[in-house]
Design a protein around this ligand. Structure first.
Ligand code: UFG
Length: 322
């Protein structure tokens, strides 16, 4: 297929682009390189430097006519979204409306959207399935939920087909080391552990050890970016083949605590990784784990690269060289 990947120079987007290229699809990446990186652009894809807030740039990019758009261009720091919601309104919401309007204008009929487990908010039960109440705890999650709703309306009114993929905690790097861009100023657990392991940071702060979990630290469902990438291709093929919309979780169903992840990272990297316990981070649920049966039923998709060891070792391959 001929696919436009918006945000394709970013951490997840570059893994998705690589997977489509590996499967002989034609890829054009549209990215403003605000968090995406030049080093993540591959020689076998076309690159357009452009911004989703610039409707002319979007219209020009889409003129070529694509079978499908993959939209991963969003800000994603939940904590920052509570302090600076304006930034998230403009980029995540206005930017997506621009994409949808340009797609409709260009006659592009299908889109795969990066949604998030953040749409569920504080879990009322785990593992959370797609029928779990939608009650985001942070503004970032609210923007993702609103976009899911726009997709529903554009589907009804304009016939746009969509897949909304609710990612759980994305982690890891391409096992072959082909994606070289390390995230700048990461806010997520695993890249922070890696920065401590390679000496870029002094220590890890573990946010709270008094949660109602076995070791008192939060439990999350970490999914390897390569598994996310296979999920995108499976979802794209599904909506193009069936003409049906889908909203599915992409997770593993397995939880691992912050402390367990830290201890395992010490083993895998052979580094001390100093850590201290600090106060809880506001808005962190104790446990968030996905039920991903629907993705398996509809797409035949399963996470196969997401063991904690693999998340750590594929990341360490890159960080140790940095
Ligand atoms: N954590 C620490 N110290 C750190 C960073 C994180 O202890 O320096 C802890 C957090 O408190 C949390 C766990 O590690 O318990 C994971 O935190 P992340 O910030 O890596 O991820 P979140 O679970 O907060 O959120 C991530 C994405 C969201 C997405 C969500 C879905 O950042 O975009 O997963 O599960 F919505």
């Amino acid at each position: 297929m001929n696919v436009l990947i918006i945000g394709g120079a970013g951490y997840i987007g570059s893994h998705v682009a690589r997977h489509f290229l590996d499967n002989n699809h034609k890829v054009t990446v549209f990215d403003n390189l605000s968090t995406g990186q030049k080093i993540n652009i591959f020689s076998d894809e076309k690159f357009i430097l452009g911004d989703i807030l610039n409707t002319r740039q979007l219209d020009d990019a889409m003129k070529e006519g694509f079978d499908l758009i993959i939209h991963l261009a969003a800000f994603k720091a939940a904590g920052e979204s509570m302090i600076n919601p304006e930034k998230y309104s403009v980029n995540n919401i206005t930017g997506t409306i621009n994409i949808l309007n340009s797609a409709v204008k260009a006659g592009i009929g299908a889109i795969v959207f990066s949604s998030s487990a953040a749409v569920y908010g504080e879990p009322q039960y785990v593992p959370a399935d797609e029928g779990h109440p939608l009650n985001p705890e942070n503004y970032y999650g609210f923007t993702k939920l609103e976009i899911e709703r726009f997709l529903g309306w554009y589907s009804k009114l304009k016939g746009l087909k969509f897949a909304a993929l609710r990612y759980f905690n994305a982690a890891g790097y391409d096992a072959k080391g082909r994606i070289k861009g390390l995230e700048k100023n990461p806010a997520n657990l695993l890249p922070i552990i890696m920065e401590v392991a390679c000496g870029k940071r002094e220590k890890l702060s573990i946010f709270g050890n008094d949660y109602p979990t076995a070791d008192g630290t939060c439990i999350r469902d970490y999914i390897h970016v390569t598994d996310l990438a296979t999920g995108h291709l499976a979802a794209a093929e599904y909506i193009l083949r069936t003409g049906k919309n889908i909203t599915v979780n992409l997770g593993t169903g397995n939880g691992i605590s912050v402390r367990e992840m830290t201890e395992l990272a010490r083993k895998v990297t052979g580094q001390a990784i100093p850590a201290v316990y600090t106060d809880r981070r506001p808005g962190d649920p104790a446990v968030l784990v996905a039920k991903s049966d629907l993705a398996y039923q509809l797409l035949g998709w399963k996470a196969v690269n997401s063991s904690a060891e693999n998340l750590i070792s594929t990341s360490w391959n890159l960080y140790r060289k940095d």
